[in-house]
Design a protein around this ligand. Structure first.
Ligand code: CTP
Length: 401
């Protein structure tokens, strides 16, 4: 099951060099399970051919209001009636103007005006920095927002014209993330979330250390699901090989002490509604870590490591006055029901999520048990993104006033 399975997306292309990136977006939407109906303006056909877009989407591409292949000759009506979402990418300066003023002088603009009110319209602007900053464009953008049309980007950076600044279209993977998010219920809109994820790394010397098998995948999936649900997300991550989850602010740390300090700094900076401690934090650090690399001088000379206990980040946050709603994780190797329930009480958190550590670390799938004051609840084996979405829904339901 892709994340867009069963969704029909009308993908509108307008004139702009960023059309080449939309070829990749079309593939990505298809891979995610969506049916893609491409509609192009005449200008867009200057940048990428309808043949290419038809081959990639697997569906007939329309660019003419008078296309007789539609039986009733009304493509501006028929193409959206079973659609779930319309996205215009790239969206040119001129097309923003048209949308803002209700112009209908070609198929795509007429189709947008004629869309049923329940179908979300997303636009991904792509233009030169001066065109984007022009007060006329900004006036039109404000009109789109006032009409409930969602702007995706633009981003800042190098532009095809050689200038630099705002106006670059978002990358295909970013557009895909935004489109998937548009389908998620905004159960955490306006909420501030702080999440820890991944393992920690406790140094033995400058090149060696003690860590664990946590990949960070579960925590990163939760960060993405929280952003998709409308939250503002800060992710404090131990060392992982993962890209930052789209939409979150990621702060990277190594040791448990650094993770602790980063969490406390965030909590001191602003109010947070929810704290989710997903990280597999090392309980001990090496207290006699060496400044220099330990050398193997002779066979009998084995280093003696000494340990000191790390601060318990979750318990510390849960004990703070006015603490956010705290969610803990328990990675156990056995007796999950018994240990999970006891750990929730020991850490004094309203919700604790249990999983069998060695059955999930590094994998894309997991199985969770939620422990709260009323007992426990099983979330059956599924991919981590699906479980993350379910967990976020459970948290959202619990923090509702
Ligand atoms: N945790 C934390 N800081 C620590 C240790 C753990 O914030 N120093 C958090 C983890 O992020 C997780 C929860 O506490 O949310 C439980 O972690 P776990 O390692 O399973 O439990 P421990 O308290 O370390 O207990 P034990 O190792 O004895 O099972």
């Amino acid at each position: 099951m892709g994340r867009l399975t069963g969704k029909k997306i009308v993908l509108g292309l307008t004139g702009g060099i960023a059309c080449y990136k939309v070829a990749e977006l079309t593939r990505a939407l298809g891979k995610a399970g969506a049916t893609v109906q491409v509609v192009m303006t005449q200008s867009a056909t200057q940048f990428i051919t309808p043949v290419t877009m038809q081959a990639l989407s697997g569906n007939t591409v329309y660019h003419d209001q008078w296309d007789a292949r539609i039986h009733n000759n009304m493509p501006h009506i028929d193409l959206t009636r079973d659609a779930d979402l319309i996205v215009i990418a790239p969206c040119s300066t001129d097309f923003i103007f048209k949308l803002a003023h209700g112009a209908c002088d070609d198929l795509l603009s007429t189709l947008c005006i004629a869309r049923p009110a329940h179908i979300p319209l997303l636009v991904a602007p792509a233009m030169n920095v001066e065109m984007w900053q022009n007060p006329a464009t900004q006036r039109n953008v404000a009109l789109l927002k006032a009409d409930g049309i969602q702007l995706l980007g633009p981003a800042a950076g190098e532009q095809a014209c050689g200038e630099t600044g705002m106006g670059r279209m978002l990358e295909p993977d970013q557009l895909l993330a935004e489109i998937i998010a548009a389908f998620q219920p905004k159960t955490l809109a306006g909420k501030q979330l702080l999440i820890t994820a991944g393992p920690t790394f406790e140094a033995i010397d400058p090149v060696r250390g003690i860590t664990n098998l946590s990949s960070g995948k579960m925590g990163y999936a939760i960060a993405l699901a929280a952003w998709e649900a409308g939250a503002d997300v800060t992710l404090i991550s131990g060392p992982t090989a993962l890209d930052a989850p789209y939409g979150s602010r990621r702060i990277q740390v190594q040791s448990a002490q650094q993770m602790h300090d980063a969490v406390m700094a965030q909590l001191a900076q602003k109010h947070h509604d929810v704290f989710i401690a997903v990280a597999a934090v090392a309980d001990w650090r090496v207290s006699n870590a060496s400044e220099q690399k330990l050398k193997k001088t002779c066979a009998t000379d084995t280093p003696q490591l000494e340990f000191a206990q790390n601060p318990d980040i979750l318990a510390g946050v849960a004990a703070m006055p006015g603490a956010p709603y705290c969610v803990g994780f328990a990675a156990e190797s056995e007796n999950l029901l018994q240990y999970g329930s006891a750990k929730r009480i020991k850490k004094n958190v309203p919700l604790l999520v249990g999983n069998i550590g060695h059955a999930t670390f590094g994998l894309d799938e997991n199985e969770l048990i939620l422990f709260d004051a009323h007992g426990h609840q099983h979330l059956p084996r599924a991919d981590k993104q699906t479980l993350a979405k379910q967990l976020i829904a459970e948290i959202a339901a619990r923090i509702k006033p």
